[in-house]
Design a protein around this ligand. Structure first.
Ligand SMILES: Nc1ncnc2c1ncn2[C@@H]1O[C@H](COP(=O)(O)OP(=O)(O)OP(=O)(O)O)[C@@H](O)[C@H]1O
Ligand SMILES: [Mg+2]
Length: 255
């Protein structure tokens, strides 16, 4: 009998090598992403975080088991929407047309597209900018459009690679709140990479940790603060509260 609760993403003994090199970047890593979970991956620069995300996205191939909903991932798919640190939007299109782009390609009726886009612009707080060309937007606004564009597809999984890495601390904190809000309303699952441990602790249900030499996820921890409302408190207060847990994570990263 199969396990009753099916995982959204199942990775077993995953190994990844880039075609231009014989040295694997990821060796025998195993993890699952559950439905409705925010799974956050942290680790030092160059340890292979983005490589894992790109394999899940289907951009690069891997050895071992890598499945979504029980089906092997063989390439990119609307079911996995990707948001990068500097997601490129279509600069010649308006905010509204960027968000609706994927649905248009998939030939959804215009009425459906319009109502979904209207809802999403409201969700990300950009209804007033709906007719603005995206090259005129600030960095934070652009990232919000990139997120809405992915959400438009109703992807069950959002893959986010340092989505707020280029934003100032204030905007970043607001975006973290927005992500939690979206996650609650849209009931999506999120696989997120971040350098920022505060962000990991603010957003994650579980936190997966890599170090600089093992080439795999060495530990996955339940976030003891996941049900605490950390959105409204300042970085200063947050840091006092979470100091012990943060140190635990750092210890593993630096092992
Ligand atoms: N396209 C590529 N071809 C060959 N090697 C690559 C490629 N992309 C990344 N690598 C190598 O794979 C390793 C892991 O890189 P990756 O980008 O996954 O790290 P990361 O953990 O995301 O780092 P950062 O936090 O700096 O983004 C590095 O040694 C990197 O040089
Ligand atoms: Mg990276």
């Amino acid at each position: 009998m199969e396990e009753f609760k099916m995982e959204l993403i199942q990775a077993d003994n995953l190994s990844i090598k880039y075609p231009n090199s014989d040295v694997p970047v990821i060796v025998n890593t195993s993890f699952n992403v559950a439905k409705n979970e925010i799974f956050v991956l942290v680790g030092p620069s160059g340890c292979g975080k983005s490589t894992i995300l790109q394999a899940i996205a289907g951009f690069i191939s891997s050895d071992g088991v890598l499945k979504m909903n029980g089906e092997t991932i063989t390439g990119p798919d609307w079911q996995r929407g990707v948001v990068f640190q500097n997601s490129s939007l279509y600069p010649w299109l308006t905010v509204k047309d960027n968000v609706g782009f994927g649905l248009k390609v998939r030939k959804f009726p215009q009425k459906k597209i319009d109502s979904r886009v209207r809802y999403l612009l409201d969700l990300i707080g950009l209804s007033d900018q709906s007719q603005t060309k995206t090259f005129e937007l600030s960095g934070g606004m652009r990232q919000r459009v990139a997120i809405a564009r992915v959400l438009a597809n109703n992807s069950p999984l959002l893959l986010m690679d340092e989505p707020f890495g280029a934003l100032d601390a204030f905007t970043r904190a607001k975006m973290q709140g927005l992500i939690l809000d979206i996650w609650r309303k849209e009931k999506t699952s999120i696989f997120m990479i971040t350098h920022d441990l505060n962000e990991a602790i603010r957003c994650g249900n579980r936190i997966a940790i890599m170090n600089s030499h093992d080439k795999r996820i060495v530990k996955i921890m339940d976030n003891p603060f996941q049900d605490t409302d950390l959105e409204e408190i300042s970085d200063f207060e947050l840091e006092r509260k979470i100091d012990g847990f943060r140190k635990d994570i750092l210890k593993i990263i630096n092992q």
